[in-house]
Design a protein around this ligand. Structure first.
Ligand SMILES: [Fe+2]
Ligand SMILES: [Fe+2]
Length: 339
């Protein structure tokens, strides 16, 4: 059985040969990490976590206003972006297929298991947001149609090394975003659902981080170059959804996710402390330059995050430029929003 198949396996060049070698060497590791994952996951049911008794029918002429909810604007933006990202699952599965294959072996088994777990996230969050009237269901459905209809595709597809770096960072970023959103919501049922979803994302992150760690041991130069490419071009989950820039600003202002959090809670713990890229030895000259560029880029992200934190706290003049607030929100929009 096969789906589209990986991009690289259809190419006859040296790069494809290198990808195939990495893929083969990592296959027993995927098998081991999948077993670990299955022993750690616990079955859970969205329907048990949603407060259905709060629900009532939606009249045809009913229109949502923010008076329906006590959830703050920043947390609502985060819920909206997080949920639409989960809705985009078909394209993430497609990207996994292009990078790792969704065949009958361990890689495919992992990909299908991951997809099944991810699909539960949008079910749980949407049911909760609809029953509690936290989000406008009409705006949400229109945005879902636009998002899925657009077919936004994450930028890693096509290589094992690139894919491993991207999904590691993405799962951790998603875990942090869901967890912080849950903390920003006072309703215990909403908080519990987002905490549960974040726990799933954490296990996905650990699977990919540890698989990527093995890849660093097998091909340090290839992985450093992949890390530089992926951090340089990283797009937050949610990129491409309607109004993303304004939502990203609102999420940053609420302290749920911004560049500083991205640096301190995603990049530094993984790239610097776990993969220890600065301590790797014997890199090729190209990988050595890539490492230097990566460290510099991470410093730029850290500094931009610190500037935004000062603006948010009011310890930096409001006339100063905010710079970007998330890995993708354009600087101009963020600066304009601060006026
Ligand atoms: Fe998810
Ligand atoms: Fe996940």
């Amino acid at each position: 059985m096969g789906y589209g198949g990986t991009y690289w396996s259809r190419r006859p060049d040296a790069e494809a040969t290198a990808q195939a070698a990495l893929y083969r060497q990592l296959t027993p590791v995927v098998e081991r990490l999948l077993e670990r994952h299955l022993s750690l996951t616990k079955e859970w049911f969205p329907h048990r976590m949603v407060p259905w008794s709060q629900g009532r029918d939606f009249e045809l002429d009913w229109q949502w206003t923010n008076a329906e909810t006590e959830v703050t604007k920043g947390a609502r933006s985060a819920l909206f972006v997080n949920l639409l990202t989960e809705d985009n699952l078909p394209y993430y599965t497609l990207a996994l297929d292009h990078s790792f294959g969704v065949d009958n072996g361990p890689w495919g088994e992992w990909g299908r298991r991951w997809t099944s777990e991810e699909a539960r996230h949008s079910v749980a969050i949407r049911d909760w947001a609809t029953v509690t009237r936290t989000l406008d269901p009409v705006a949400l459905e229109r945005a879902r149609m636009a998002q899925v209809g657009r077919g936004w595709f994450p930028g890693f597809a096509g290589g094992v090394a690139d894919g491993l770096v991207y999904v590691t960072l993405q799962e951790l970023a998603t875990r942090v975003a869901h967890r912080n959103t849950g903390q920003a919501i006072e309703d215990p049922s909403g908080r519990a659902i987002l905490t549960q979803v974040a726990a799933d994302e954490n296990l996905h992150f650990l699977f990919y981080r540890d698989l990527a760690t093995e890849a660093f041991a097998l091909d340090p130069s290839g992985m450093v170059e992949a890390a530089e490419r992926m951090v340089r071009s990283f797009e937050m989950p949610g990129t491409g959804i309607p109004g993303f820039t304004q939502h990203a600003y609102s999420i940053a202002l609420a302290g749920i996710f911004d560049l500083g959090i991205y640096h301190d809670s995603v990049l530094a713990p993984v790239v610097t402390r776990h993969w220890k890229i600065e301590a790797l030895e014997g890199l090729t000259p190209a990988a050595d330059s890539a490492r230097e560029a990566l460290v510099t880029h991470m410093g730029t992200i850290r500094d931009a995050g610190a500037r935004f934190a000062e603006l948010r706290a009011g310890t930096r003049p409001a006339t100063a430029r905010a710079g970007p607030v998330s890995p993708t929100a354009p600087a101009a929009a963020a600066a304009a929003a601060l006026q």
